[in-house]
Write a protein that binds this ligand. Structure first.
Ligand code: HEM
Length: 494
């Protein structure tokens, strides 16, 4: 708990007035109330969606204040492109990310830029995401995906709808656990989420609550939650310690854990300490599955709502994969249209919906807003991805063709940022895209996805985003009209 003060607030929160000398130029919501701030229209469970609404009202840069904490938000494409300039700006570890420090410490995601363990871990672990490493993960990803299709086959046969976020979370947790750490949580054999997932969701939700609750109220309102959070963190630590202990002294298959335990930095010869390894394992188990699970869930939602898009994607899978029972590594990246569906889902609902940037030195944002060194702002990715100047008046509509090559070339840079930006952008991007494209291909090839008639998309926020309550009905796939061989069937290992 080194990073929390006597209260539960993270140390060092820098309210905007400390870094933005001309803050008054930035609009804020009407009806600001003395002391409490912009609380009208703010809900504790949906800070992101509230910010999106304020963004639509107030424009590409705005601010919100609650109980003495003021935050500047940016979503206009031009300003966001400036913030991507690594010579002027860097990642800011603040708010939700800083709230995760008690559990993830100086692990890759939560490390401050100046902490030496960031560069060390980055250099040691980056080869774990090379093309060669990814090719090694591919058969494991397939094996986990087949556990999902086995389960979905049974649900389909029984006429039961599937719980998409729950099952995608099982899939992505098992995938990162298996590929990264040679571990099996047995998620598919459980009727309830693995306790690791429950503890993780607990810590993410708690971190988000800390963001939105007024500082004086947090210790009182969150007294029980703080106790539960301590128990959740202890559980995460125990699970990871057992996993690492089981590996020590035995040879793994060259996975991320092997790299953490055995690899010295190529230039300095330094190694990760046991405490840092614990933090990295938690970081990868959490960052490596929560966001991918949401991305897959949103994509499946949109596919169920757009049968013509699903049919086009299915035709691509048939064409590229043919009758092969188990697609090879190279056949996944060739699913260009499926990948566009994923990109378009991440455009509308980037599952890590914001990232923070801080000024390296005195600078002026957009030629108008002076910032002192360390002044920071939150880039609202979910709104950047809807900027009508870039995405058009129909930015709310789901259209994967926005990501065909000519359309991508016609857009300015830094307008699509689901994986963050710069040196601290997502190290697992290729991992996530390969896994998600593979799984969507397998599911499209096997099932027709039918929505529940009354379902309306609701977004659950717990630092990451998830379609709440999404259930789909599965039907055996109808033969494609132009398919000579009818339904291509894939079976698990046999
Ligand atoms: C669709 C899936 C994913 C999304 C949308 C996503 C998004 C992001 C974003 C936005 C950041 C930057 C955060 C910031 O600037 O504060 C990030 C960083 C990171 N992500 Fe991902 N991520 C995904 C999947 C993964 C996977 C599969 C892994 C690991 C296997 C992973 C591991 C990490 C790590 C370790 C960092 C910190 C990198 C650093 O600072 O050096 N992510 N991710």
């Amino acid at each position: 708990m080194a990073e929390t003060t006597g209260s539960v607030l993270p140390k060092g929160f820098r309210s905007a007035e400390l870094g933005w000398p001309e803050l008054r130029r930035i609009p804020h919501p009407p009806y600001r109330i003395p002391v409490v701030g912009d609380v009208i229209g703010s809900r504790i469970r949906s800070p992101l969606q509230d910010s999106m609404r304020f963004g639509r009202q107030l424009g590409p840069i705005f601010r919100r204040r609650a109980f003495g904490k003021e935050i500047v938000f940016v979503w206009g494409a031009e300003l966001a492109a400036e913030l991507a300039d690594e010579t002027r700006f860097a990642k800011h570890v603040g708010l939700g990310v800083a709230n995760l420090r008690p559990v993830a410490g100086d692990g890759l995601f939560t490390a401050y830029n100046h902490e030496p363990n960031w560069q060390l871990a980055h250099d040691v672990l980056a080869p774990g995401f090379s093309r060669e490493a990814m090719e090694g993960y591919h058969p494991m990803m397939l094996a986990v995906a087949e556990r999902l299709t086995d389960r979905w086959d049974r649900e389909r046969a029984a006429g039961r709808a599937v719980d998409v976020p729950a099952d995608m979370t099982k899939l992505t947790l098992e995938t990162i656990a298996r590929t990264g750490f040679g571990h099996d949580f047995g998620s598919f054999e459980r009727s309830r989420p693995h306790p690791f997932v429950t503890a993780m969701v607990g810590t993410l939700t708690y971190a988000q609550r800390l963001n939105v609750l007024p500082a004086p109220l947090a210790p009182v309102v969150l007294r029980d939650a703080t106790r539960r959070n301590a128990a959740d963190m202890a559980y995460l630590n125990r699970t990871v310690d057992a996993l690492v202990a089981a590996r020590r002294g035995t040879a793994g298959e060259g996975d991320l854990l092997d790299r953490m335990l055995d690899t010295a930095h190529p230039e300095t010869g330094e190694r990760l300490t046991p405490e840092n390894i614990r933090r990295q394992v938690i970081t990868f188990l959490v960052a490596g599955h929560e966001t991918t699970s949401g991305a897959l869930s949103f994509a499946l939602h949109y596919l169920s709502r757009h049968p013509a898009i699903a049919a086009r994607a299915r035709a691509e899978v048939d064409r590229v994969w043919g009758d092969t029972p188990r697609p090879a590594y190279d056949q996944v990246a060739k699913l260009r249209y499926v990948r566009r569906i994923l990109d378009e889902s991440l455009r509308l609902w980037p599952t890590a919906p914001a990232f923070a940037r801080e000024a390296r030195a005195d600078t002026v944002l957009g030629g108008v807003h002076p910032m002192r060194p360390g002044a920071w702002t939150l880039v609202l990715t979910a709104m950047l991805h809807r900027d009508p100047d870039v995405w058009g008046a129909d930015a709310e509509a789901f259209d994967p063709d926005r990501f065909d090559a000519p359309a991508v070339r016609s857009r300015p840079g830094h307008t699509f940022k689901p994986f963050g930006t710069g040196a601290r952008a997502c190290i697992g991007r290729q991992f996530a895209l390969h896994e998600a494209t593979l799984v969507l291909g397998l599911l499209l090839r096997r099932y027709e996805l039918r929505p529940e008639p009354d379902y309306r998309l609701r977004i659950a926020e717990r630092l990451t985003l998830m379609p709440e309550g999404l259930r789909l009905h599965l039907e055996e796939r109808a033969p494609a009209p132009d398919s000579a061989h009818g339904r291509p069937v894939i079976r698990s290992a046999d």
